[in-house]
Design a protein around this ligand. Sequence first.
Ligand code: PLP
Length: 430
Amino acid sequence: MHVEEKRGKSDCTKENRTLNIFDPQVARAVEAEVKRQQDKIILIASENYVSQAVLQAQGSILTNKYAEGYPGARFYGGCEYVDVVEELARTRAAALFGAEHVNVQPHAGAVANLAVYLAVLNPGDRILGMELDHGGHLTHGSPANISGKYFQCFSYKVDAQSGYLDMEEVRRTAQRVLPRLIIAGASAYPRTIDFAAFAQIAGEVDALLMVDMAHIAGMVAAGLHPTPVPHAHFVTSTTHKTLRGPRGGMILCRKRFARAVDKAVFPGIQGGPLMHIIAAKAVAFKEAQGEDFYRYQGQILKNARALAQHLKELNFNLVSGGTDNHLVLLDLRNKGITGREAELLLDELGITANKNAIPDDPQNRLVTSGIRLGTPAVTSRGMHEAEMKQIAALINSAIEGKDDPVALARVKREVKNLCTAFPVYQQNMV
Ligand SMILES: *Cc1c(COP(=O)(O)O)cnc(C)c1O
């Protein structure tokens, strides 16, 4: 072989091995997933469709770079460009949320929470979070999670009658437990959380306050949900739910905790940060500053309210009777169907949602009596209130007609038509 032929042909580029050519098995699964995201109505409250720009940053060659440490203080050479990226992500997030300090390195929301625990707790300390079955998250003290194994965990609940958080119950529990850390924030709570009241209680019992705003971060960024930032010592979040960035986590905190938080993330829990994901976070934070994003978040809320209203008119019971945010929690007990059955039935017809425990659910966690519906993804594909009315009717027809093949075939057809009318990958942004 001539030397000239070899020169400039590195091992990774010598063949034009696209994913399709090199690994058709993975390529086919990705293509099938594209089609699934196009052909189904996604009502999973924690999912969304990211923009082209986010996807591009996330798929970039920044994945090749090691950058342990923080901008200006890395343990590797060659970090001058990824430093630019991380600095952009940090400063944009700080401006967007009005935070004193930001860490954009957590690989996920769960890791962001763990980093806060590592930063300020000792094993055996007491933490107080929202009961899992009442809308809380696994990482807030579930026995199945590291938080439940390393700390003494206590929980507060929503009011059994109203479905709302009862801040007096939170206060009584906090006074009884005397936790080191109180955690506010939820995965399945359809109402506005009073962060000021949580801060008041934390102050009374001399506890630290962490707010996990994973679900509502987009609305907080847009100013359409009260911000926890002035009230909490730590605010954790995912970046991929209503915020519509790449999968990942972040931590906002007061300056005096900056060092402890940064050390907890690296080297406390993680090694090298995912610089391609951090680039995509920076892009998402830039998108979130814009007027389009504000309108998008407003439409998520209008759509959730419309969905809730129409479902109520169809005799569905809603936990707490409605919604203030992007999600609706249905109590299906009057409909003769469990959460699991509803999830399977709806997905078969092209509507994807998840079964979810309702407060004090008589069914176990794999069955449940509820289903959680969220509007971030359908709003990203351009749907408005009229489509929410149609979706409510489709859900009702599916459940009412679950034993009627003709009715189910009609639902399936209408779902398909609706998806065709709102293409995902041409019209990604509102
Ligand atoms: C989704 C969620 C998380 C976890 O995020 P991951 O990125 O999946 O680890 C943490 N807390 C709350 C409240 C959530 O809703």
